[in-house]
Design a protein around this ligand. Structure first.
Ligand SMILES: Nc1ncnc2c1ncn2[C@@H]1O[C@H](COP(=O)(O)OP(=O)(O)OP(=O)(O)O)[C@@H](O)[C@H]1O
Ligand SMILES: [Mg+2]
Length: 492
């Protein structure tokens, strides 16, 4: 059977209350009964001493039963209890509650526990149901000396009315308590169940809305209980999901932008190329000078498309995590020298001074040769392309002084004294297709992929890129690589 949370809570609190009532009833009943009985007995014992003393002073002899009976009758109202006086052999000679002619019919009392105990120890007591009076009685008994020297027994009996009344009262009190407790239990548990069920319902509703795709909804639980914690967890789950979704849609729009950019970059040279071919077909092919001009155009555009497609392929190769770059120790000075040597003619064409900083520490770095060459080439290419004649372009590096391998890094810089880049462009500079002056960059054959390739290549080799620039003073691109060892370049 499936019980709702309400019913479960109700049953639980009800059984708790019943249990605590039961335990307190058992405990109260025992202590009350024992206490009251003890008090009554102590009281009765006092009176019994007086009765025994008086019986002794009455000089009773068995031959004068009348006197025994007179004594018992006189004492009974004084001590407010039934008085029985027994001969030494256990036969009752007087009983305040029995008529004179009934005395003879009374049985021998020697077998009664209080009598036997009194004869043995000087005092006896017993509580039991009286056959004659049909109610619980307490009996106390004590020996006394008869006038003939034999030992009789005086006994007092009293109904345990007080105890029974107190018990009845206790029952009543407990009954009332039980009824009240039940009421309180019903109220409390249904209030608690109502509260719990309400916040649970709220959480369920929120979760349902979230499941249907409404990620803006929040439980906004307050308090410290488990349901509140669950509610807050649900909210932060929705936060995380929303952020992930936002990131996904950002990525999707980046991808769309990328496809649009790439198609656009391909379409321009393609259109030029097509129109050159069209012109040739329309008759220009018969003119050798025109043919050369158009073939030049066709070659330049095809070359540009080729470069673009190569850049795109490089980028996607670097982006796909599956193809990890094969990293190995490379002699840094040697690689840099080669790349610089290849770029030098173009720098000289543009009247720029491209140099290596003096006294560079020879070292080996962890890198992929092709990627490292590409990074350096792209950075030098930019410096040459975007800086005017007279610019100084310097390649340098430092080895991080303290941390030993494998933590040690080499920080490589390509610095120029060119026009610089405005600060608002710097954060986006490494994005694909990002160019500061699109027209000028494209005129110079740029597509805006160079720095994106730099960043991806450096990161794929475990390093980081950064750029610092001051308008009018120049730009410095910096990237890090892991250091393998210092000063061993010649050996490599
Ligand atoms: N050293 C530099 N000095 C001034 N501007 C620079 C420098 N390097 C890059 N830039 C600017 O950053 C932009 C992005 O450079 P990036 O190398 O990514 O693309 P690109 O050079 O235009 O094209 P590609 O490198 O794909 O041929 C460039 O268009 C240029 O405006
Ligand atoms: Mg470039």
């Amino acid at each position: 059977m499936k019980l709702g949370i309400r019913t479960k809570l109700f049953v639980l609190s009800l059984s708790l209350i019943a249990l605590s009532l039961g335990i307190s009833y058992g405990y109260l009943r025992r202590t009350l009964d024992a206490n009251l009985t003890l008090r009554i007995e102590q009281d009765l014992q006092q009176r019994l001493r007086l009765v025994a003393y008086t019986a002794e002073r009455a000089q009773l002899v068995p031959s004068d039963p009348k006197r025994w009976q007179e004594t018992a009758r006189a004492l009974s109202p004084l001590c407010a209890a039934r008085v029985t006086l027994l001969r030494s052999d256990g036969r009752p000679l007087a009983d305040s509650d029995v008529e004179d002619d009934g005395l003879a019919g009374l049985p021998n009392h020697l077998g009664r526990p209080e009598i036997a105990e009194a004869q043995q120890r000087g005092y006896g007591r017993s509580t039991r149901q009286s056959a004659t009076l049909r109610r619980r009685m307490m009996y106390v008994a004590m020996p006394f000396r008869q006038a003939d020297g034999n030992i009789g027994v005086a006994r007092l009996a009293m109904p345990l009315l007080d105890v029974d009344q107190a018990m009845a009262q206790l029952h009543l009190v407990l009954l009332v308590a039980a009824v009240l407790g039940l009421g309180v239990a019903v109220l409390m548990s249904s209030a608690a169940a109502h509260l719990a069920a309400r916040s649970l319902q709220k959480l369920t509703d929120t979760a349902h809305r979230m499941a249907r795709g409404d990620l803006g909804t929040r439980a906004r639980s307050e308090g410290e209980d488990e349901l509140a914690v669950l509610g807050r967890d649900l909210d932060s789950l929705a936060d995380t999901l929303s952020r992930a979704l936002a990131e996904l849609s950002r990525l999707a729009s980046l991808r769309r932008e990328f496809v649009a950019n790439a198609s656009h970059e391909l379409r321009t040279p393609l259109a030029t190329l097509l129109s050159a071919v069209e012109t040739l077909r329309a008759g220009a092919a018969h003119d050798p000078a025109a043919t050369r001009t158009f073939l030049d155009i066709i070659y330049r555009q095809a070359d540009r498309m080729h470069a673009l497609v190569n850049d795109l392929l490089d980028l996607s190769r670097l982006e796909s995590k599956a193809s990890k770059l094969p990293l190995g120790p490379l002699p840094l000075l040697e690689v840099v020298r080669q790349v610089v040597a290849l770029s030098l003619p173009r720098a000289e064409d543009r009247k720029q001074r491209l140099t290596l900083a003096p006294q560079l520490p020879p070292c080996r770095v962890l890198a992929d040769r092709r990627s490292l060459e590409q990074v350096l080439t792209n950075l030098l290419d930019n410096a040459i392309k975007y800086c005017p004649a007279g610019t100084e372009i310097v390649v340098s590096w430092t080895v991080s002084p303290k941390s030993p391998p494998p933590g040690a890094e080499v920080t490589i810089s390509v610095a120029d004294t060119g026009p610089g880049i405005a600060a608002d462009h710097l954060p986006r500079l490494f994005e694909r297709f990002y160019r500061i002056d699109t027209g000028r960059s494209r005129a110079l054959g740029g597509t805006g992929l160079g720095l994106a390739i730099v960043r991806h290549a450096v990161e794929a080799m475990g390093g980081q890129v950064s750029v610092r620039s001051t308008i009018g003073q120049g730009t410095t691109f910096t990237f890090t690589l892991q250091l393998v060892e210092v000063g061993t370049e010649a050996a490599a």
